[in-house]
Design a binder for this molecule. Structure first.
Ligand SMILES: CC(C)(COP(=O)(O)OP(=O)(O)OC[C@H]1O[C@@H](n2cnc3c(N)ncnc32)[C@H](O)[C@@H]1OP(=O)(O)O)[C@@H](O)C(=O)NCCC(=O)NCCS
Length: 145
């Protein structure tokens, strides 16, 4: 079932609801690092980013963070409240995010998915993404980042 939700850009005023949603969705927000209030304020102020929220009335029920590095668009923090799943909210969020990145000349989109996250894999597959098993290399300058 598709439900009528309002999707709009996230604002700093949505911060607490966003962090709550990530926790409910098992996404372990980095509140001392890249998802601290200060870090989020800077990201939300960055014009090229497309950080979107789906709202049922005043309730934040879905998020997606779209970024780009001028080569690729990256879909991050796709999360939908468990009570609202399987209503194509994630799919709508990704498509709107892609649209905002396409408007900036981006023609390739990517997401990192944990190997056991079959729901996320199914969403991206359904949206036409090819799935490439890969190793992910990263280096943190400090633990909390
Ligand atoms: C992944 C997630 C965002 C999907 O949100 P959603 O709004 O339920 O997804 P959609 O309704 O857009 O799903 C679209 C299609 O993907 C597939 N799909 C979605 N969830 C699925 C699941 N749990 N199992 C199998 N297929 C699934 C289905 O084909 C679905 O279409 P259908 O319901 O008509 O069959 C949600 O499960 C979630 O928040 N998970 C926890 C956080 C997370 O893992 N985020 C992704 C990090 S990469």
């Amino acid at each position: 079932m598709t439900i009528a939700l309002r999707i709009r850009r996230l604002r700093l005023a949505d911060y607490d609801a966003m962090i709550h949603l990530f926790r409910v969705c098992g996404l372990s927000p980095r509140t001392k690092g890249r998802e601290s209030r200060t870090a989020m304020a800077a990201q939300l102020r960055t014009p090229r980013n497309r950080y979107l929220g789906a709202f049922d009335g005043a309730r934040l029920v879905g998020t997606v963070f779209g970024t780009h590095d001028s080569r690729k668009g990256w879909i991050n923090r796709l999360a939908v409240d468990p009570a609202y799943r399987r209503r194509r909210i994630a799919s709508q969020l990704v498509r709107l995010c892609e649209r905002g990145l396409r408007a900036q000349g981006i023609e390739i989109f990517a997401a990192l998915i944990e190997p056991d996250n079959s729901a996320s894999e199914a969403v991206f597959r359904g949206l036409g993404y090819e799935i490439h098993p890969m190793l992910y290399a990263r280096r943190k300058l400090h633990a909390g980042v």
